[in-house]
Design a protein around this ligand. Structure first.
Ligand SMILES: Cc1cc2nc3c(=O)[nH]c(=O)nc-3n(C[C@H](O)[C@H](O)[C@H](O)COP(=O)(O)OP(=O)(O)OC[C@H]3O[C@@H](n4cnc5c(N)ncnc54)[C@H](O)[C@@H]3O)c2cc1C
Length: 336
């Protein structure tokens, strides 16, 4: 913790504005990238607007991250990754990045409420956020019956009754995934047909555990300590009803945290940053890693892998630019 505090203070007190690498976002992708760049001797700054650990901090138990046979609580995994990242001199600051610009001399400018910074290479690891239903009870029961990730939490609903809200590919994939654990899966959709692909629809309609509730929205989430009941409304008839469930999976979309990059980087239609397999974006020296990039499987292990690739690509880029490398050992981050 002392090291951590020292690194934080260093970034503020010295009012240093120039780094070799700036990493935006302190989830698993950003923390891993920071571990690798700082361990490779690059002067690196990690900027996180909230809690280090990112979305992992919301995961009650992570059972699919290798190395933890009994699983590990998400916040604990985040803390461990954070401690490991700052061990090699990664500097950090808690503030929100509000803009990214190209400055003179091929450096990139990063604007924050705490001041402006510059770096030769940028790694964007700002993740994405699950779209919420925005109804009463959602915050109260989040993690207490409400989940936004079937792959992560489906296992906890073995032999129980759950519902999925949504009608796209993600919702139907989630419903099918949940049917492996749950005894019953309701799919609640506000329209009278699904948006999901034909093959998925066929599988879903043929599945004995799935039941569809059409033209319906969730108005309220009720329960005592945990979620117990959904208040539903048919959008065509206005008729209200209730449904008892043990779990609710919200699959109404994700929002990548990419709005501040849309005018300088190539994004896909859904707003995800387009990268190649080396995590390079449409601008030289800017790399993207983790959930924010197109085609990410949105899992911790994948974000960690992206972070490694982005860091090594950043290292190579800076080396090629001759932009102030301190160690000339690109293998330093890859050999142990
Ligand atoms: C409830 C829940 C349970 C999950 N369980 C599992 C699981 O069991 N196994 C699994 O593999 N995956 C799980 N996931 C998914 C996993 O957490 C994500 O895939 C992973 O965290 C993505 O990592 P990331 O670093 O790309 O982004 P994130 O973890 O989203 O981190 C991005 C960080 O960037 C910060 N940020 C965003 N914009 C800015 C800005 N402008 N300035 C500064 N900082 C910014 C955010 O505050 C955030 O901390 C779960 C997710 C949730 C929500």
């Amino acid at each position: 913790m002392e090291r951590l505090a020292a690194a934080r203070i260093t970034a503020r007190r010295q009012k240093v504005t120039r780094y070799e690498v700036i990493i935006i976002g302190g989830g698993p992708a950003g923390l891993t990238a920071g571990l690798y760049t700082s361990r490779a001797g690059l002067r690196s700054l990690l900027i996180e607007r909230g809690m280090f650990g990112g979305q992992m901090a919301n995961a009650t138990l992570v059972e699919n991250y290798p190395g933890f046979p009994e699983g590990i609580a998400g916040p604990e995994l985040g803390l461990l990754m954070h401690q490991q990242a700052v061990r090699y001199g990664l500097e950090e600051i808690t503030t929100e990045v509000t803009g990214l610009t190209l400055t003179q001399g091929q450096l990139y400018g990063v604007s924050t409420a705490e001041g402006d910074f510059e770096a030769a290479a940028i790694i964007i690891a700002a993740g994405s956020e699950y779209r919420k239903l925005g109804v009463s009870g959602e915050e109260t029961f989040s993690g207490r019956g409400i989940s936004y990730c079937a792959t992560c939490d489906g296992f906890f609903f073995r032999d129980q009754e759950v519902a999925v809200v949504g009608g796209g590919d993600t919702a139907i994939t989630d419903a099918l995934e949940l049917s492996r654990h749950a005894s019953k899966v309701y799919v609640i959709h506000r329209r009278d047909q699904l948006r999901a692909g034909k093959a998925l629809q066929e599988q879903a309609f043929a599945h004995p555990k799935l039941e569809f509730i059409w033209d319906t929205v969730v108005d309220e989430l009720l329960g005592n300590k945990v979620l117990e009941e959904l208040k539903l409304r048919n959008v065509k008839t206005g008729q209200q009803s209730t449904l008892k469930v043990d779990g609710l999976f919200v699959a109404v979309g994700l929002m990548p945290n990419s709005h501040i990059f849309f005018d300088i980087l190539d994004l896909d239609d859904a707003g995800y940053i387009i990268t190649d397999e080396m995590m390079a974006t449409s601008l030289p020296g800017i790399f993207a890693a983790g959930d924010i990039r197109r085609n990410s499987p949105r899992q911790i292990a994948a974000a960690v892998g992206d972070g490694v690739t982005a860091a090594m690509s950043g290292f190579k880029y800076i080396q090629e630019q001759g932009n102030g490398i301190r160690t000339a050992n690109p293998q330093a981050d890859g050999k142990s």
